[in-house]
Design a protein around this ligand. Structure first.
Ligand code: GDP
Length: 367
């Protein structure tokens, strides 16, 4: 008897012996997947400059990769693309989930394409690190735009710190511009620090708001309002129009309390409906008007220069940090010191000095 269940006392219950596991039903399953062609840096650059979207996508994947051989090619491609960049208008869009960002970007994008622009949509979503998949910039969220041949949609890079994710997006902007995209939209969720990162790489920062219960201003961080070059109240349609108008006047009044931004441009507040495509023209007229205004008074150049400087330091900070934390000796010393701090044997400051000194002395010995 091979199974206890087949004993007399369990009559009526019959357990069969079972069979050995069959080989896979798909004999091709173990075959190597078709390997994507790897290009040289020069081939990438050539493809990108010709506007080849498949090659552009693959180059962005290299930017997002943490492998050092990928990074090496990516950096070479970026450098070679640099002379062909800077000629776009970069617009950051933020708003809480449900504000209508994807609906609006779909419509905004199509509006721009009708005006013969080429549109790239990128995203910064630090939460994707946790959820292992970006909720932003997802193609399925932008139905029309994702099928347009003059659009390129890329979800947020998912690995790393906010600084790392933001750097990758900034590098992707460079490649998109070199590929001839002259309107770059960068989307982010209006809930954390990612707005600052997006603000530091765009020419115009648009805040999408909803009309609510009368206290719209609650819950919006002052900092985000101060960053906005324009505030738009979405879903101004049907029975919501009156509420949207009311919210518009609340926002206008609130903005009056802030000092005039360094651009010299007083942010405007508009209402529109992304879903019913009402007021889309006006939103983009406002953006065009702003760009013309800051190009004339020199702020456009100034802001881009400040951003370049900011990114230089950000890149240095990122590199230093990752060099430090990836150092094997530092890692074991850190673990040890952390325990000593937890056991109250040494103070945090002594522990920090100990690890840093180890790192610096290592560096000096290697030089
Ligand atoms: P996101 O999370 O900010 O990207 O927001 P979505 O674009 O996904 O929109 C959230 C919900 O609001 C969806 O159900 C949309 O259909 C709806 N929605 C978006 N724009 C409008 C609008 O202009 N009017 C109305 N009535 N609903 C809208």
């Amino acid at each position: 008897m091979d199974h206890i269940e087949n004993d007399e006392q369990f009559k009526g219950l019959q357990v069969n012996k079972g069979t050995s596991e069959q080989p896979t039903v798909n004999p091709y399953m173990n075959f190597k997947r078709f390997k994507r062609k790897e290009y040289t840096a020069a081939e990438y650059v050539d493809g990108i400059l010709k506007g080849n979207i498949a090659i552009l996508s693959q180059a962005v994947t290299l930017i997002e990769s943490s492998k050092s051989e990928h990074q090496k090619i990516a950096q070479e491609v970026i450098e070679k693309c640099l002379p062909y960049t800077g000629n776009s208008i970069r617009v950051g869009i933020t708003g809480v989930p449900g504000a209508g960002k994807s609906t609006s970007i779909d419509v905004f994008g199509m509006h721009l394409i009708k005006q013969h622009h080429r549109v790239a949509v990128l995203a910064i979503d630090p939460s994707s690190e946790v959820s292992k998949g970006s909720i932003l910039g997802d193609k399925t969220r932008m139905e029309k735009l994702s099928q347009a041949k003059d659009a390129f949609i890329r979800p947020s890079p998912s690995a790393g710190s906010l600084g790392g994710v933001a750097r990758k997006t900034r590098e992707t902007i460079i490649l998109c511009e070199a590929a001839g995209f002259d309107r770059i939209i960068i989307e982010t969720v209006g809930v954390g620090q990612s707005e600052t990162a997006v603000h530091s790489m765009v020419d115009f920062f648009l805040l999408i708001q909803l009309a609510g219960t009368g206290d719209e201003l609650q819950g919006i961080k002052r900092g985000i309002m101060e960053m906005a070059d324009g505030i738009v109240i979405n879903k101004a349609d049907g029975s919501n129009i009156e509420k949207a108008k009311l919210a518009q006047s609340h926002f206008k009044n609130a903005l009056h309390l802030f000092p005039l931004p360094a651009s010299g441009w007083a942010p405007k507040v508009l209402t529109y409906s992304g879903y019913y495509e009402i007021g889309i023209d006006e939103v983009w007229q406002m953006i065009d008007e702003y760009i013309a205004f800051v190009k004339k008074n020199g702020y456009f150049e100034h802001r881009r220069n400040e951003q370049s400087k900011y990114w230089m330091y950000e890149t240095i900070n990122e590199r230093l940090k990752s060099n430090f934390y990836n150092n094997k000796k530092v890692q074991s010393e850190l673990a040890e010191c952390e325990q000593l701090v937890l056991d109250s044997k040494i103070s945090s400051f002594v522990a920090a000095s100990r690890v840093l000194e180890l790192y610096f002395s290592e560096k000096n010995n290697n030089e």
